[in-house]
Design a protein around this ligand. Sequence first.
Ligand code: NCD
Length: 324
Amino acid sequence: MPGEQSAGPIIREDLRGRDLVSAKDLTRDELGIVFEVAKEVESNLDGFSNVLRGRRVALLFAEPSTRTFSSFYIAARRLGGDVLPLNEPEMTSLTKGETLYDTLKMLEGYGADCIVMRHPSRGAARFAADVVSAPVINAGSGSQEHPTQAILDVYTILKKRGKVNGTSLGMLGDLRFSRTVPSLAYLVSNFDDVELHFIAPTALQVRQEVELYLHDRNVRYTKVTKQQDIPDAISRLDVLYVTRLQKERFPDPSEYERLRGSYKVDMGMLRYAKSTLGVMHPLPRVDELDTEIDRTPHAWYFDQARYGLPIRMAIFALVVGETR
Ligand code: NCD
């Protein structure tokens, strides 16, 4: 019953103490467990306020964040955990030149039971997982990965479509520097008959490491680089996942300026789409996704963002939840 304390069937041992560094770390069964717990939590968001009792979660965010930071924060608090928020990098000793290693060791020394970290460097989350014994959850490692975003993205597809198998998923925008795109591609590779369509100009196409992984896992994908091929690609999709141009990751600002405004998803583009097409976006959007879509049933992105809360509550419950 809503509001009542649940007996705690959400506590399971499967993921206890585990790091979550890459979307590749999760099997389909483990993902299913996260979804089961997320559904249970979602139906009774106030019913699990003992699950993190006595647990301390550190949120170390060395890059800007709105949704990811606040949903992790609220997730930990709603489960009754203590939160140490370090989300203003300029206020931490990282700015004074302290190494990430030393900062992590301190957090561990203060008794953090779990460290959620966002960092501009690829490999930062793996490094953290190697140096501290508490579980590390990657909340974004440079352009490399963002696994918890991918989990909530797949959860969104499941909730909206009723299944993930057989999804024709288009990803459009900056596929080169986006970290949500690789993580989502890795995660959906666990499902059957998923087809991926990477829609972007050559300069923004998906990275080779992603292609190699999909190739290894026998996932079908196409790359759509020419403007004139976009309508046909859009018409095949069940889901269109849009990303913004990752301005902060362009090594050359003039390249960013050149590519700025090179794509925009609007109702004109969606006239080729199936009536059931869902449009997703990890947010924030800048100008690549027209707000006129907000008023249509195609807009899944606000629900998608909302699902971040039960998903992150489920992750905390599974990784560090109280068992007694
Ligand atoms: C994404 C990110 O940080 O990679 N945002 C998010 O976590 N929802 C996407 C982005 O910044 O474009």
